[in-house]
Write a protein that binds this ligand. Structure first.
Ligand SMILES: [Fe+2]
Length: 248
């Protein structure tokens, strides 16, 4: 049984569209442990934290969750990050501490716009790379942007970005289009990490890394699938370089 490391998870209670209460946050961690998950990065939406809460609050929540897990002898370690929507304030917000990288590493989870195609996308990505950060693009298989511009993900990966697929896209939870895009992007070598993007303990957006891993193995084989759920996300937790993956 391999170890799982999840870099995208909305498990913090009452912060964004994740769980409403602390109990459900703990349940998510217990389910993750049952799938042999060792570490999770809590990634609340930066917009929700900035507008309705604070970085101080989310740090406290992570600390409380880890304290409770230790008491229960649940061996999952929760770290802190954010899901950062791309906008013109992102680079400055990193400098002033309002935008967080993944577990304080050089990797930063970046979400492209769900609608529209602002011209600042490329310049902001270039600025992040220029400042020594590595953007990890969240769930490209579900984004209209990458559906409309098929070559764009490859361009970002060649620039130095990494990309993160959602486990449940692999078995059709986000529909056939996202499932097909997942297979295409994986086989083209454009995906580096599989993460859960969990929002709840049970239901549509539950924790399903083990199932995603099983489907990934069928598509790209055991070695590459293991890289995507174990060694590559672990490199992010440890702020290490990921092995270079060939882009077609
Ligand atoms: Fe998310």
């Amino acid at each position: 049984m391999i170890d799982l490391y999840d870099i995208h998870n909305h498990l913090l209670p009452g912060v964004d569209d994740g769980p409403e209460d602390f109990l459900e946050s703990i349940q998510i961690c217990e389910i993750a442990q049952s799938q042999n998950t060792k570490m999770i990065i809590a990634t609340p939406h930066r917009k929700d934290v900035t507008e309705n809460h604070s970085v101080h609050l989310i740090k406290d929540l992570v600390s409380n969750i880890n304290g409770n897990l230790t008491q229960k002898k649940t061996c999952v370690d929760v770290k802190l990050g954010m899901e950062n929507h791309i906008d013109l304030d992102l680079v400055q917000d990193i400098e002033n501490g309002k935008a967080l990288t993944l577990n304080n590493s050089e990797y930063i989870l970046v979400e492209m716009p769900w609608e529209g195609r602002p011209s600042y996308i490329e310049p902001v990505i270039a600025d992040l790379l220029q400042s020594g950060l590595i953007p990890v693009l969240a769930h490209p298989e579900r984004m209209r942007l990458f559906e409309d511009e098929r070559a764009l993900l490859g361009e970002f990966v060649r620039m130095g970005c990494k990309s993160q697929l959602t486990a449940s896209s692999l078995y059709g939870k986000f529909g056939e289009k996202a499932q097909k895009a997942s297979v295409d992007m994986m086989t083209e070598g454009l995906i580096h990490i599989i993460a859960s993007d969990t929002h709840m303990a049970e239901g549509q957006r539950c924790y399903d890394m083990d199932l995603g891993f099983r489907f990934a193995k069928q598509i790209i084989g055991s070695y590459k699938a293991t890289q995507m759920v174990e060694s590559n996300p672990l490199a992010i937790f440890e702020n290490q370089k990921m092995p270079i993956m060939k882009v077609k």
